[in-house]
Design a protein around this ligand. Structure first.
Ligand code: HEM
Length: 139
């Protein structure tokens, strides 16, 4: 897995801070993401918002771990990735593209300094985690 460079990590965190209230920002993300496909919406039909917000915050943490090489991190990533595979939550690889595009859309609405560079920082930041999750779909 590719390592994240410090500049990307900093740009990501600065942008996340500028997005302000986590519940409003992640609430908007969840709305955009669910609207992106009826199949995505169906996956969350029994999910409560609090659980989902927690999972999303964890996703950012996982993005950091995914670019790291330590075993503890990879055990955790492995567990979450398996939970998303075709036998369990059945999160198809294309849903991760919608996930990231929906996240970028939410950031563009909430970060007053949003621009192409900010967008690329988010994409680079999430990429290792997304690639890892996708690679476990068939497992
Ligand atoms: C990098 C991308 C993603 C990461 C890191 C991630 C991470 C997580 C985490 C940490 C949880 C909580 C699991 C647990 O505690 O056992 C979760 C739950 C879940 N995720 Fe993801 N996820 C990602 C992408 C997606 C995508 C694309 C979908 C598509 C619909 C999705 C759907 C779900 C669902 C349905 C749950 C279960 C919610 C519930 O408990 O009701 N995730 N995810």
């Amino acid at each position: 897995m590719d390592r994240l460079d410090e500049a990307t990590i900093e740009q990501f965190h600065d942008s996340l801070d500028r997005c302000g209230s986590t519940s409003q920002f992640l609430g908007r993300f969840y709305q955009i993401f669910s609207a992106s496909s009826p199949e995505v919406a169906a996956r969350f039909s029994d999910t409560n918002f609090k659980t989902q917000t927690r999972a999303l915050k964890t996703s950012f943490y996982m993005a950091m771990l995914a670019s790291d090489q330590n075993t503890e991190a990879s055990d955790y990533l492995e567990r979450i990735a398996i939970r998303h595979n075709h036998k369990q939550l059945d999160i198809k690889p294309e849903f991760y593209i919608l996930w990231l595009d929906s996240m970028i859309k939410a950031v563009s609405e909430f970060d007053p300094q949003f621009n192409n560079e900010v967008e690329q920082a988010w994409r680079r930041f999430m990429q290792p985690a997304i690639e890892f999750m996708m690679s476990r779909y068939e497992s």
